[in-house]
Design a protein around this ligand. Structure first.
Ligand code: BEZ
Length: 324
């Protein structure tokens, strides 16, 4: 009996101590590969969190979908199985359609303008419903580059995309856009894209300059269309369950540091995007730069669909006008 009592006490102590340790050893998941700007920002956030908390908190970063795809990570955040994520707003917009307003084609004139829109109060206010709606706390925005089109075969007009299997990130606003263009949008998560274009499973991809250049998505393509047609925001998330269990001091520290590091990605893309595009243009592939007129009526069609799906479009357009 005495033995069992002792065993129970040690088991209870072990459970308690592992609970305490778990609370301070945060895990952050994301789908981007290790060299990607988002992954580097997540690692810098972890280093600064350890330093600011005098080693009380540590953060393990799991890049490249190690914890699952974004839909799976969002579920883990909801249950508290995952503490934090840097996630595409695209994925969150599947649960919070208001966020779809960010994908209005040509809402941003250029990458700097996209950053100013994301740093606005109206953009920040769109994160407020997330705890109740999705079970996550959205602390701040980051972003990736503007979206471009990379294709096997020639693309001199949008008509050349008709019926083409065109890889998209899996979320509704971009699906509606390419349906309006007349392509055959093919939802596919990031890690499958290189092989899919290489083996002809898709004819074209919707992608940003960093990934086209750094992950060499141009390798198996003939044409790059620099269309800059959409911005691509990211959001720093904490599980609402985990957040509820944190002290006020910890929340303030995590909020400040996570916001700082997701926001730093905006500066990185503003600084680097033009250079990547120049290098892509120098690869010898056919490189064309187009504007909204390339897409014909597709943009009006998108606007008609999404003015029904989100009430945030007008506010974001007003912000876009104010921040031009
Ligand atoms: C994409 O799905 O194309 C993507 C995802 C995360 C970062 C950048 C691009």
């Amino acid at each position: 009996m005495k033995y069992f009592k002792k065993l129970l006490t040690s088991a209870a102590l072990l459970a308690m101590s592992s609970l305490t340790v778990q609370a301070d050893e945060f895990r952050l998941g994301l789908i981007t590969p290790p060299p990607h700007i988002w992954t580097k920002a997540a690692e810098a956030f972890g280093a600064e969190l350890a330093e600011a908390s005098d080693g009380a908190h540590s953060l393990s970063v799991f890049p490249a979908r190690q914890l699952g795809n974004e839909a799976e990570m969002l579920q883990q955040l909801q249950t508290g199985a995952l503490d934090m994520a840097f996630m595409t707003v695209a994925e969150v917009s599947n649960r919070a359609p208001e966020l779809g307003a960010f994908y209005a084609p040509y809402l941003a004139n250029d990458i700097g303008h996209a950053g100013r829109i994301l740093r606005s109060d109206s953009a920040k206010s769109m994160l407020e419903p997330l705890p109740g709606q999705v079970g996550v706390v959205g602390l701040g925005y980051g972003m990736a580059g503007l979206r471009q089109i990379v294709s096997r075969g020639d693309v001199s007009s949008a008509a050349d995309l008709a019926g083409k299997k065109l890889r998209i990130t899996p979320f509704a606003p971009i699906l509606d856009f390419y349906n309006a263009v007349g392509a055959a949008p093919t939802p596919m998560p990031l890690p499958s894209v290189y092989d899919a274009l290489a083996n002809g499973q898709v004819d074209a991809i919707d992608m940003d300059a960093e990934l086209i250049w750094v992950l060499k998505y141009y390798d198996h393509a003939d044409t790059i269309v620099q269309s800059d047609h959409m911005m691509f925001p990211m959001v720093g998330l904490v599980s609402a369950k985990v957040w509820a269990g944190m002290s006020e001091d910890d929340r303030a520290m995590i909020s400040d540091l996570m916001t700082k590091h997701v926001d730093s990605t905006i500066d990185s893309y503003v600084a680097k995007e033009a250079g990547w595009l120049e290098q892509i243009a120098g690869t010898g592939k056919t490189y064309t730069k187009v504007d909204a007129s390339f897409f014909g009526n597709a943009i009006d069609e998108w606007n008609a669909i999404w003015s029904q799906k989100t009430s945030s479009l007008d506010a974001l357009r007003a912000t876009a006008a104010d921040t031009e």
